[in-house]
Design a protein. Structure first.
Length: 463
């Protein structure tokens, strides 16, 4: 590698022109860069003097050297380079990452207990010890596993120990780890139709023998499963609130599904992504709580209850699978950072998580009603909603037609980050509507004003 003054000059000039080094950004001190590159200080000094002479850098004396703040440079095109080829996938990524109204799956950021979280974070940072700098356990931080076991046993009706809990970095990570640990190449994997878009995309890549079972008003159609996919090795389902239809798997179907898994020695992967958010007293516990044969692998997440940036999810394993998962994780996984696990563990064990959930249930129920009222007020004849017991979104079904993709594109142009229901289907039989998040809507007036933005275009399309 060239380390003469010309090479250093060219490297910095290219980085500045490319926008990687931004106007006003500080560059390393001459002594530091010389030591890092293993060259004489005079070599770096010569390169810097040329860059200063050409106007790329400005010396601030004792305060160091910076990129000329007066430079007018084209910003780096990172966002353009990071686009994906799959247009529907890119659309969902944009909806997930961009700011706007009715975002899906994002908890109420305006009501998060920031002060409490920062206080707990400070405690764990100040308590850092040398042993905390080692590689964390691949199955997760032990106190967090204990806290999660206690939480799901109380809140979701499970009966597990901390040893059965495996900490992961998200739903897709959990799903991939489950199939890596248990599935063979030819095992039949069954997924709901419609189903969670990102999960569907992942399974198409990692499950060669992927099939679908339709969902109706009672959840996964277990009769269809028994008639057409009885030999499946895995069924992946969202029994508490189906994604995206938000229906609940009925009790008879739960019993039917559990009996099938026991008879076939198959595995049910229960994705309880927002089971904490229920707004009536008629709440069915987690499917795992009824699993006497221990055939359900329970998957939960803190992305919907705490924050997506946390990147902490978990799997509650059947006892017979614990050692197998541990072995697989040691081979194919890396541990999650320790500090976020410590903070979350303290947040749960000190009772703040339960308090936060209670507050969010009441808040989300109120915000859902705000959006329902606004939708009925602005579009009384275009949509209907099948109200369910909980969740974080509603589905506004089209009363007529099948133009939900065109309609979603119109609404998205006004920063209404809804998604067309039909895009969540894998098969030809589809329903049509808009999937609308409500957790970050702060008033009925705000919802009404947002819904009115595409009013004329909506009526022109739907009539």
């Amino acid at each position: 590698m060239m380390t003469g003054y010309q090479a250093i000059y060219q490297r910095y000039k290219q980085q500045i022109l490319a926008g990687s080094l931004k106007a006003g950004e500080k560059v390393p001190a001459i002594r530091v860069l010389a030591a890092d590159l293993g060259v004489a200080k005079k070599t770096v000094e010569t390169a810097y003097n040329i860059l200063i002479g050409e106007g790329y850098l400005v010396s601030k004396g004792a305060r160091g050297t910076i990129v000329n703040p007066d430079l007018k440079l084209k910003p780096a095109t990172e966002q353009t380079l990071n686009k994906v080829d799959d247009q529907k996938l890119q659309q969902l990524i944009d909806l997930r990452d961009n700011a706007g109204f009715f975002r899906l799956g994002i908890p109420a950021l305006d009501e998060f207990p920031y002060k409490k979280w920062l206080l707990l974070s400070g405690k764990d940072i100040r308590a850092m010890r040398p042993e905390h700098m080692l590689t964390p356990p691949v199955m997760g931080y032990a106190p967090l596993r204990e806290a999660i076991a206690n939480y799901v046993n109380i809140s979701r009706g499970l009966n597990c120990t901390a040893s059965q809990v495996c900490i992961t970095s998200g739903y897709k990570h959990s799903l991939a780890l489950i199939l890596q640990a248990l599935a063979t190449r030819h095992d039949k994997v069954v997924y709901e139709d419609p189903g969670y878009f990102f999960g569907q995309k992942l399974l198409k890549r990692i499950a060669e023998n992927l099939h679908y079972v339709p969902v109706d008003s009672q959840g996964l159609n277990v009769d269809y499963l028994l008639n057409y996919q009885r030999d499946a090795r895995f069924v992946i389902t969202t029994p508490a609130h189906h994604s995206p239809l938000a229906v609940t798997l009925s009790l008879p179907r739960r019993q039917q599904l559990l009996q099938w898994a026991q008879e076939q020695q198959a595995w049910i992967v229960e994705d309880d992504y927002d089971g904490e958010f229920h707004y009536t007293k008629k709440v069915l516990p987690a499917l795992k709580s009824q699993d006497s044969a221990d055939r359900v692998i329970y998957v939960g997440t803190f992305s919907k209850t705490i924050m997506p940036a946390m990147r902490i999810s978990y799997i509650v394993l059947p006892k017979v699978l614990v050692n197998r998962f541990h072995e697989t994780a040691e081979i194919v996984e890396t541990s999650l950072p320790l500090l976020p696990q410590q903070i979350l563990s303290r947040f749960i064990s000190e009772g703040h998580f339960f308090k936060h959930l209670k507050k969010m249930r009441a808040l989300y129920q109120a915000r859902r009603q705000m959006v329902l009222n606004a939708l009925q007020s602005v579009y009384p004849t275009q949509f209907y909603v099948e109200l369910t017991d909980g969740g974080m979104h509603i589905v506004a079904f089209l009363k007529t037609g099948n133009q939900d993709e065109q309609l979603a594109n119109i609404w998205q142009q006004h920063q209404l980050l809804v998604f067309p229901l039909s895009a969540w289907y894998a098969g030809k039989t589809k329903r049509y509507g808009l999937v609308i998040g409500y957790t970050n809507i702060q008033s009925e007036q705000q919802a009404t004003e947002a819904l009115r933005l595409p009013y004329e275009q909506t009526l022109a399309l739907l009539g």
